[in-house]
Write a protein that binds this ligand. Sequence first.
Ligand code: BGC
Length: 440
Amino acid sequence: MSQATYHFPRGFLWGTATAAYQVEGNNINSNWYAWEQKPGKIINSDKAGLACDWWNGRWREDFRRAAEGAQNAHRMSVEWSRIQPAPDRWDEEALNRYVEMVRGLAELNMTPLITLHHYSDPQWFVDIGGWENEMAAGYFEKYVRKVVYALKDYVNLWCTLNEPNGYAAQGFVVGAFPPGKKDFNLGFKVMVNLVRAHAAAYHAIHQLQSEARVGIANYYRSLQPAKPWFPLDGLVTYLLRTLNNIFPSASKDGVVRFITRHMRVPEAKGTQDFLGIDYYTRDYVSFNLMSSELFSRRFYRPEAERSTTGFLANEPAGMYEALKWGLNYNLPIIITENGFDDAEDRVRPRYMVEHLHQVWRAVNFNWPVKGYFHWTLVDNFEWERGWSQRFGLWELDLDTQARHKRPSADLYAEICRENGISDDMVRRYAPTAIPALFPE
Ligand code: BGC
């Protein structure tokens, strides 16, 4: 029997988030497909292959799983390279499949949140310079108009770009994502073009649909100085933190600021109706003269629990910090992603309730948090980490396409059904979180 429950507001959106390239399979016109074929780019030379086989229709059974798990919303993306496989060609059949998918969500009483760009680009677009091309925003806007016109009867929540800060940094500064470049100046140029593209998309969507709510899924990394009393740790932490702010602040005041650089993009001013936050983990940062990463070294707190591959640390306090940071933008907030790679589901239940408890704290102060999307529904293709990481509430057997439910799926279903977290749930699924969440 529960004795105490943290309740969420009525109408709170509960869902999972997915991305087209990671779940659909056989996305052969995408730049990620080309990238996968190059040796050494993906861990274990993994291939997305059929992925979760959504393109052949398995989205139906997965949406049903989500709905049976009491989720009332789903965040998914549409793939530009499918809808526009060549600059002068639209694939109406592909677009219709997306119409079917969002209709499928509507039939299950789930609110769709549609991402228009989630990391992957059409190969033809990359061949003409991709996001380095000054015309990029114009190409993107055309595609966005096509999609919004087709889906607007079912969708009014739109996310133009997924983690554009991460996309630009990984693809153009760090080099782990295609096109694999390592050039700070190029990184800045790409960010400016992405801000322009977001602004163009924002205005186009509102022109087509007056009731639309448009935002960006902003990647927020919590960064703390390793030695708070040491000024150089503080300085490099401050510099790295600027990466969190680029897109939300550019879409607030129309200025792109990256470390020492500024660029005005006036049309971007006031172009977010909600603030999407993707929060996963927190790093500690120390000054290091030898490091090529802005003279900094990042590491996890040694005591923090790690995900299976050590990729993430369980740092729920960072969720609260992210939401507090989000308040600066005076917008409704949606947690567009939060999750943990954990094949055995050993830490995930705890990670989930501890993070949601931080969300509840924010809601309890009347901060305008409107929804939470867990990453992810079913194990999927994790970009340059291939299939080595398992983020799903449901486990995927890649050989048979069978899905197996992890305990976290049941826990999340109870949370969604209750619209809250009870001590009874935490006792059954994540007893080690009891002292922190429900102290005697
Ligand atoms: C990305 C997802 C990715 C997840 C887990 C997020 O930053 O948006 O596409 O799968 O992290 O790595």
